[in-house]
Write a protein that binds this ligand. Sequence first.
Ligand code: IMP
Ligand code: MG
Length: 176
Amino acid sequence: MIKVHDKTFVPFITREDIQKRVGELAEMINEEYAGKKPLLIGILNGSFIFAADLFRGLTIEAEISFIKLVSYKGTTSTGNVVTAIGMEEDLHGRHIIIVEDIIDTGKTLSSFLPEIHHRNPASVKIATFLSKPEALKYDIKADFNAFNIENKFVVGYGLDYDGLGRNLPDLFILSE
Ligand code: IMP
Ligand code: MG
C-alpha cells in the first residue's frame, strides 16, 4: 500500500507486466509503420514515461515530439476549448501516432483531434497506455491500447494524483 496526498493506493499492474505489454505495442507499430517514418506526438504531462518506453521499443525510423494541451473557457455554449501548445512540426503528409496516458471520458482527445486533422496528415492513430471503457463519453477509440481498466482512479507510470505519483514504476489503484 502507498499513500499519495490523502489517499491510499494498492498495487495494480506491475512494472514487469507494463514493460511486456508496452513492448508488444511497439512491435505492432514496428510492423505497421515500417518505411513510413511515423511521428509520435506525446501529450504532456501524463504520457512522457509511456511515450519514452514505447519509443525505445521502436526499431524502425520514427520521430517524436511533445505538446501540452491547455483548456480555456470558450465563447461558445460548448464550454471548454482545448488547444495545443508546442506543435511546431509540419504534419502535412506525415503518419501521426498520438500518445496518451489514459483515455477516460475521451473529451481531451475528441476536442484536440480536429486540430491534428486540420494540418492534413497522411494518417492519424492513437496509442494509449490505459483506457477506461466504462467512463467513455466521446467517440474516441485507441488503435494501440496497452490495458483496459475499470473506472477507478490510478497513479504511477506517468499518471498523477494532484501532481504526485508520476514517478512510480508500477501502476497503483485507489483502494476502497
Ligand atoms: P479525458 O479527457 O476524460 O479522456 O481525460 C483524460 C485525462 O484525465 C488524462 O490525460 C489524465 O490526465 C486524466 N485522468 C483520467 N483518469 C485518470 C486516472 O485514473 N489517474 C490519473 N489521471 C487520470
Ligand atoms: Mg493527461
